[in-house]
Design a protein. Structure first.
Ligand code: UD1
Ligand code: CA
Length: 451
């Protein structure tokens, strides 16, 4: 199939008013990736060639966002929203270049499967002129009905234009369509707007093609492939389906989850074999977890890397740029940002570590804080291998703790500590004999006088 050329036209001009949002509908996210990004990814996975993106409402924002997930896409503006047929024709200059296949998809059906897209192209390659992605549903209201005659698809009737009999049909138009590239423009140009909505319906090309003796077929896809998102409740349903599928795939790939329904992945989360994920762990985008890692309960992790054998949490937060190397330990109530934690280093409890390097086998005591920010700039803390920082110490960056050095508990470290030194950054303690007893007696007398 790969020798056939393909243009994918993605309709994303819709306003999506029911999202009640300043963000264009197709830029709402599922698993941290814009819906439109899910569609372009499925197209990429199906090897669907060049992309023409039809934008309208929020055109600038949509085009800009598309640069990250669909870098080569050409954008075309549909200035007036006159229907799906009219929208596809906004890409006329691209279609006119001449492709073997033209695939039309919607930007708001994020769970469309690559298998369905491949099937559309396979049927075009087999000689069909138009192939429509259908799906079956008990609740067909709002969808175009697929009207078949034997093998042939003869028409798609929009709900508002259906007869009572046609309205009972449960095989519906899922939105995606493959059109033979050589015929696409003449068919699209034949679409009129004489229907209940006064729109140029893309779906009308089925009847037009049938009238010309062309071959039109429907394929059946899963319900999710046709799931169009119109409001935030539907967005959450699609998210739930996506998460469920990803958890299942992760487990089949060798990841253990004790309570999978409480673990949330991003579109690009990667987790190695034999890693154990305890309940309530959230992955933002950009996370790579190695093999044999333990992620204890209640962790939040984004743009971070955790290497083999490391242990994270419970209740840890790994922020962008956290890189936790082999066998290192990040314990409870620890926040790490833009920091390399080298093999075997330990940050077991109650710490903030930002803009730092924690050398191999170094140990940070409970409550260690890197003071990395002065209100204007961020500064670096370098903790060399096998250094030991006593509990409740503040490391005022920029500062270096040399290899093997000790920092006494409760220190405020403002100057670098040489290797193997012992640093005291706190007032010396003095004990006064008997003064405690006298203080207690005086306080008792004062309280008695007050009654
Ligand atoms: C459309 C189909 C219907 C199908 C359903 C599946 C038509 C006429 N109807 O109906 O058969 O069952 O999808 O979900 O195609 N768009 C534009 N510009 C326009 C009009 C639409 O870009 O002028 C985009 C929308 O943003 C949306 C998509 O095309 O992403 C579908 O349009 P929508 O109005 O939602 O069509 P439906 O009425 O749902
Ligand atoms: Ca729709």
């Amino acid at each position: 199939m790969s020798e056939r050329t393909c243009l994918s036209v993605i309709l994303a001009a819709g306003e999506g008013t029911r999202m009640k949002s300043a963000t264009p509908k197709v830029l709402h996210k599922i698993a941290g990736l814009e819906m439109l990004g899910h569609v372009t990814r499925a197209l990429d996975e199906a090897g669907s060639g060049d992309k023409a993106l039809i934008v309208g409402h929020g055109a600038e924002a949509v085009s800009k966002a598309a640069e990250s997930f669909a870098p080569g896409a050409e954008t075309f503006v549909q200035a007036q929203r006159l229907g799906t047929g009219h929208a596809v024709l906004a890409a006329r200059p691209a279609i006119a270049r001449g492709y073997d296949d033209v695939l039309v998809t919607f930007g708001d059906t994020p769970l469309i499967s690559r298998e369905a897209l491949r099937a559309l192209r396979a049927r075009l390659a087999d000689g069909s002129d138009i192939v429509v992605m259908g799906f079956r549903t008990d609740r067909p209201a709002g969808y175009g009905r697929l009207i078949e005659d034997g093998e042939a698809l003869v028409a798609i009737r929009e709900e508002k234009d259906c007869s009572d009999e046609e309205r009972k049909i449960t095989f519906c138009n899922g939105g995606a369509m493959g059109i033979s590239g050589g015929r696409a423009l003449e068919l699209l140009d034949s679409i009129g707007n004489d229907n209940a909505k006064g729109e140029y319906y893309l779906t009308d090309i089925v009847q037009i093609a049938t009238g010309r003796g062309l071959t039109v077929r429907a394929i059946e896809a899963d319900y999710e492939s046709a799931l169009g998102i119109n409001n935030r409740a539907e967005l959450a349903s699609a998210e739930a389906i996506w998460q469920e599928r990803r958890r299942h795939a992760m487990m089949l790939d060798g990841v253990t989850m004790i309570a999978p329904h409480t673990v949330y992945f991003s579109h690009d989360t990667s987790v190695g074999r034999d890693t154990v994920i305890e309940p309530d762990v959230f992955f933002g985008p950009g996370v790579t977890i190695g093999e044999n890692v333990t992620l204890k309960a209640n962790c939040h992790i984004e743009e971070a890397r955790v290497d083999a054998g490391a242990s994270i949490g419970p209740f840890a937060r790994l922020r962008p740029g956290a890189e936790i190397m082999d066998g290192a330990k990040v314990g409870n109530f620890v926040e790490i940002k833009k920091t390399l934690v080298e093999p075997g280093a330990k940050i077991p409890h109650l710490s903030y570590v930002g803009d730092a390097r924690i050398g191999a086998k170094a140990n940070l005591g409970a409550g260690t804080i890197t003071c990395n920010y002065d209100g204007f700039s961020k500064h670096f803390t370098d903790i060399e291998p096998e250094a030991f920082v006593g509990t409740n110490s503040s490391l005022v960056a920029p500062v270096t703790i040399g290899a093997g050095a000790y920092v006494a508990s409760g220190s405020v470290i403002t100057e670098s500590v040489p290797a193997d030194a012992l640093a005291f950054g706190r007032a010396r303690q003095s004990n006064r004999e008997g003064l405690g007893k006298r203080l207690r007696e005086r306080l008792a007398v004062l309280k008695a006088r007050r009654g």
